[in-house]
Design a protein around this ligand. Structure first.
Ligand code: ZN
Length: 207
């Protein structure tokens, strides 16, 4: 591996994450380091990154259970009302031949959240152990989950669009149910989890 320029940390420098100023922090034990330019509190690494990331991740995994068990929508065709969960939705769209919609719902509500849980847990465990394993790949995985965070709301959006479409055509009654709130909370918690993780932890201890 070719040699890299020194890191801020090795030079005793610190970077302000608000205004990007790189400066040498004055040594004042017990006092928070403040940026000399914009006065933001500056940290070498995000404070308690690993613990906070775990907390958001675990909360997300816990809420993912009601998000899947509870119904996300109520549909009523000519008086026959049923409440369906996400899985019911995928199965019924698939059986009715709407493979595209079934696939979108499956990816947005099952594949993506589960992949995010696994990736975040892997990043946390390896960062904690200060592992040198597959650093570049882990950095890529981090960028990936950071990038897809916003798109995970797709599932909430699909339910909203289906509700709006059906209401618009007045074919049936359709209403969102409480499960979708839990799903939205899972998306927000995994996003917060990804934001709490300090990707610089991957590269600490690099030779
Ligand atoms: Zn600053």
């Amino acid at each position: 591996m070719k040699s890299l320029p020194p890191r801020a940390d090795q030079l005793g420098m610190i970077r302000c994450h608000i205004c990007d100023l790189v400066f040498q922090p004055a040594e004042e034990p017990g006092k928070a380091v403040r940026c000399p330019r914009c006065a933001a509190a500056v940290h070498r690494r995000l404070p308690n990154s690993i613990v906070r990331t775990w907390a958001f991740l675990i909360a997300g995994v816990i809420l993912y259970i009601p998000a899947n068990i509870l119904p996300v929508m109520y549909t009523s065709f000519f008086g026959n009302g049923i409440e369906s969960t996400i899985t019911d939705g995928v199965v019924s769209f698939w059986n009715s031949g709407s493979y595209g919609i079934a696939l979108v719902i499956f990816i947005a509500s099952i594949a993506v959240p589960c992949a995010k849980f696994l990736i975040l847990a892997t990043l946390l465990i390896t960062a904690r152990k200060r592992s040198r394993w597959a650093r570049l790949e882990r950095a890529r995985l981090y960028r990936m989950i950071e990038h897809i965070g916003y798109w995970s709301m797709l599932d909430v959006l699909v339910v909203a669009v289906v509700v709006a479409l059906v209401k618009f055509r007045e074919l049936a009654t359709i209403e969102p149910r409480v499960g979708i709130l839990f799903f939205g909370a899972v998306v927000i918690l995994t996003m917060l989890s990804a934001m709490s993780f300090d990707p610089r932890l991957i590269w600490d201890d690099e030779e």
